[in-house]
Each structure stands twice: as C-alpha cells, then as structure tokens.
Design a protein around this ligand. Structure first.
Ligand code: PGA
Length: 231
C-alpha cells in the first residue's frame, strides 16, 4: 500500500494566498513523480473551501484528499461555533484529525469527547485520523467499535514531547517509535508516526510506519516537498 502523508496545518497559514502557495508547490513537485504517496491536507476550517477547490486542479486531483482538524462531537445543531460532521461530509471532507495532543492538553479535550468525535466521524463516513500516545487513549477512543471499523481508521502514534512546538521537543527515533507504538499494531489500521518530522528524518519513519503526520514542516513548502520525495 502507498504511504500516507498527512499535513496538519494547525492554525497556519495566515492568508489564503500562502495556503495556495503551499498547494502550488506540492502540485509542481507531483508533476515530476510517477507514484506519489497518498496525501491529506488538513487546513483550518476557514481554508477548507479554498483548499478543496485547489485540490480539484492539476496533479493534486489524483494524489490528495481534504481533511479537517476537528469535528463536532454531536449532531446537535444548537452548538455555536462548532462544525458538524454533516457539514464536513457535504463539503467533501474525507478525513478528520481526532484526539490531537494539543486539543487534549491545551483545550482540555478529555477521552470521552475524543471517543464521541471519533464516532461522529464514522457516523458521517469521514475517516478519523486518531492521535494517541499511550494505550489508555487508544482503548477509550475505540472502545465499543467493531474490529473492522478500527481497521478502517488511521491511527497516528504521536508522542506529545516530540511535537516541534513543545518546549525541548525532539523527534523520536524510528526504533523507539516502533517499540512505543506496539500497542497500536494488530489493529489493522494504517499507522502513522507524528512529531517533528522533517526532511532529515522522514525516511526512517516512513520505512517503519504506513506514513507520517507532519505539522510545522507541512507549511514550509520546500520542507514538505522534500518529505514527500522520501515517501
Ligand atoms: P510537528 O507537529 O510536525 O510540528 O511536530 C506534528 C503534529 O502536531 O501533528
């Protein structure tokens, strides 16, 4: 199976012109490649429509899908500020990041909300990209799901200490990441590594995982295409 590279833009970039620039650079890179990896761009909500439209052009059509960074846990429409699974699905969103450590730690998102968001994604036919760093998070997120449902999701092993913006961050080593993510193996899910992935270390992670979840480097166009060139 092809490798999967997920770009988690977080609250970047500031403008739609910069977003377009990253996508144009990726499109240009893809022009010289015969078998690109599967790509998922997860922009902030405000850029979903623009990114979707650009993904309908050039080489991005065949290679890239649209992802969101969050989803409302419930389908209740009376939730000011939320974006529902029904809306994301209707727009053309195919993936959604769930359980990211920044939402858990900085925004206080507990395990039961992560579980509810995972269910919301599945209910609307959107593939969750579930981020976990220890077995308890995985168990609570997928609790009650059938094995075949778990096998159909994407699970990112992402140690929070490795995320580039956290104080003292450093990437894991591929060997250690493989050992630490043993609790995810056997689920049948596509398993990604995330945390300070750069052009310098991407190859090692891509050799041992089904793909990578890239944060900071995914909005630096030269870094991002250099990571793609290793997958
Ligand atoms: P990073 O972020 O690549 O900047 O470490 C990864 C993530 O938070 O998903």
């Amino acid at each position: 199976m092809k490798k999967l590279v997920v770009a988690n833009w977080k609250a970047n970039p500031a403008t739609v012109a910069e977003a377009e620039d990253i996508l144009a650079a990726t499109d240009e890179y893809l022009a010289g490649v015969s078998t690109p990896p599967d790509l998922v761009f997860c922009p902030p909500f405000v850029f979903l429509t623009d990114v979707l439209s650009r993904l309908g052009e050039g080489r991005l059509v065949a290679a890239a899908a649209l992802g969101a960074q969050d989803i409302a846990a419930s389908d209740d429409r009376a939730q000011t500020g939320e974006v529902s699974g029904a809306q994301l699905k209707a727009l053309g969103v195919r993936y959604v990041i769930v359980g990211h450590s920044e939402r858990r730690a900085k925004l206080g998102e507990p395990d039961d909300v992560v579980h509810a968001k995972l269910l919301a994604a599945l209910r609307h036919g959107i593939t969750p990209i579930l981020c976990v760093e220890e077995p308890g998070q995985l168990e609570s997120a997928v609790g009650g799901l059938e094995a075949r449902e778990v096998a159909g999701i994407v699970i990112a092993y992402e140690p929070s200490w490795a995320i580039s913006t956290n104080p003292g961050a450093r990437p894991d080593t591929p060997d250690n990441a493989v050992a630490s993510s043993a609790f995810i193996r056997g689920t049948g899910a596509r398993i990604l590594y995330g945390g300070s992935v750069t052009p310098d270390n991407a190859r090692g992670f891509l050799e041992h995982f089904d793909g990578v979840l890239v944060g900071g480097a995914s909005v630096r166009k030269a870094d991002f295409t250099a990571i793609l060139s290793q997958s």
